[in-house]
Design a protein. Structure first.
Length: 336
C-alpha cells in the first residue's frame, strides 16, 4: 500500500527539493487579476514622493490591504517594474505591466494569503546615469527606511520580500541575493539581460540556504530572455538550493505571465512558523531523495516534501515551509 502511495505522490509532484524540472503550477482561476465589485478592496496610494540621499525625490505607489490598521505590523513586498515602466505599472496604469492590487484583493478575499503591503517604486532612479542599477542603494538606504517610517510594517527580514518583472526581475537577482540579511523571499519574473551572473551575486551558498525562505523564478515558455534565469536555475540546482522554477506554457514576455507569477509568489511567502502542522509519514524513497508526508495547515491539507535530514519542506504546489521539529517523524520509515 505504501508503495502505491509513494508512486502516486511522485507522479503528482511538480517540485522536488531542488527543482530540476518546471513546477507546472496550474493556471490561476478566471478573474484573479480583474477588479471585482463583490469583494473588499485595499487602498492604493498612487505616486507618492519620498526623499533620497543622492537623487532628490523619487516616486512610489503603495497598496495596503482591506482593514489596514496601525495596530498591526504588516509584512512587505517590494515589487519592481520593467524597463519601460514606473511606479504605476503594477497597478495597470502607464506601461500596464501587472495588476498587483486586483490580485491582492482576490487572494485576500479567498483567504489564500495573509495581509501584507505591496510597495511598487519607480525603479529607474531619476537623476542617475544608470537608473536601474542605482536603485539598489536607493531601495536599501532610502525607500525601505521611508516605508518603515510611513506605514505600519514589520522590520525583520522574515517580513520582507523582493520581487519584480523583466528589468525588475534582474534587480531582484542583483539586489536580493547580495542582501539576504534584508530579504528572505525572492521572486524574479522574466528577468532581463541586466541580470548579473549568480557567481557575482551569490558569494556564499551557505548564506542563501540559511537566510532565504523561498525563491520563485518564472518565465513564459516562449520568452527569449529565459537564459537569464536559466543560469540561476542551473546554479541553484548544482548547489542544492531549494527553489521553484515555473514556466508558463504558451506565454511570452508579457503581462499575463507576470500576473500569474505574482499570484503564485504571493501565496508562498510570509507563511510564518510551522507550529500546529501535523505531519503523518507516508513513505520514504532513497532513490528520489525525498520524503512524503501529509500535514495540515489551518484547514488546508498538503502533501509535504522534505530532504532526508528533515530540512527544506515543500508542498506539492511548491510552497516552502521552514524546518519543523515534527520532521523527526519522517526518519527511519522504509517501504515494505
Amino acid at each position: 500500500m505504501l508503495g502505491k502511495i509513494l508512486t502516486l505522490g511522485l507522479s503528482l509532484l511538480p517540485v522536488l527539493a531542488f527543482s530540476s524540472d518546471p513546477a507546472n503550477l496550474p493556471v490561476p482561476p478566471t478573474g484573479f487579476d480583474s477588479k471585482s465589485s463583490s469583494i473588499p478592496h485595499g487602498k492604493v496610494d498612487v505616486s507618492l514622493t519620498y526623499t533620497t540621499q543622492k537623487y532628490n525625490t523619487q516616486k512610489v505607489t503603495v497598496y495596503t490591504p482591506p482593514g489596514y490598521s496601525t495596530a498591526q505590523k504588516y509584512p512587505v513586498v517590494y515589487l519592481m517594474h520593467g524597463i519601460g515602466g514606473n511606479e504605476v505599472s503594477w497597478i495597470g496604469q502607464g506601461s500596464n505591466e501587472g495588476d498587483a492590487a486586483n490580485i491582492m484583493d482576490y487572494l485576500l478575499s479567498k483567504n489564500l494569503i495573509k495581509p501584507f503591503i505591496v510597495v511598487m517604486p519607480d525603479g529607474n532612479t531619476k537623476g542617475a546615469s544608470d537608473g536601474f542599477a542605482a536603485f539598489g542603494d536607493v531601495l536599501i538606504g532610502d525607500l525601505i527606511p521611508w516605508i518603515e517610517k510611513t506605514y505600519s510594517v514589520a522590520t525583520d527580514p522574515d517580513s520582507r520580500a523582493l520581487s519584480g518583472l523583466s528589468m525588475g526581475g534582474g534587480q531582484t537577482f542583483n539586489f536580493g541575493f547580495p542582501h539576504t540579511d534584508l530579504f528572505h523571499y525572492l521572486g524574479p519574473y522574466s528577468a532581463a539581460p541586466n541580470t548579473q551572473a549568480p557567481t557575482t551575486t551569490i558569494k556564499d551558498v551557505s548564506v542563501i540556504k540559511k537566510n532565504v525562505k523561498f525563491i520563485y523564478m518564472s518565465y513564459g515558455s516562449t520568452d527569449g530572455l529565459v537564459t537569464n534565469g536559466q543560469k540561476y536555475h542551473d546554479f541553484l540546482d548544482q548547489n542544492n538550493v531549494t527553489h521553484v522554477w515555473q514556466i508558463e506554457a504558451g506565454l511570452g514576455h508579457e503581462k499575463r505571465a507576470w500576473d500569474r507569477s505574482f499570484y503564485n509568489f504571493a501565496q508562498k511567502i510570509f507563511l510564518g512558523s510551522t507550529t500546529g502542522i501535523e505531519i503523518r509519514p507516508l513513505a520514504q524513497s532513497t532513490r528520489a531523495s525525498v520524503l512524503l508526508g501529509r500535514g495540515t495547515m489551518g484547514t488546508a491539507s498538503q502533501i509535504l516534501v522534505a530532504r532526508p535530514n528533515g530540512k527544506g519542506f515543500l508542498t506539492l504546489d511548491g510552497r516552502a515551509l521552514p524546518s519543523a521539529p515534527e520532521a523527526s517523524l519522517f526518519q527511519g520509515i522504509n517501504l515494505p
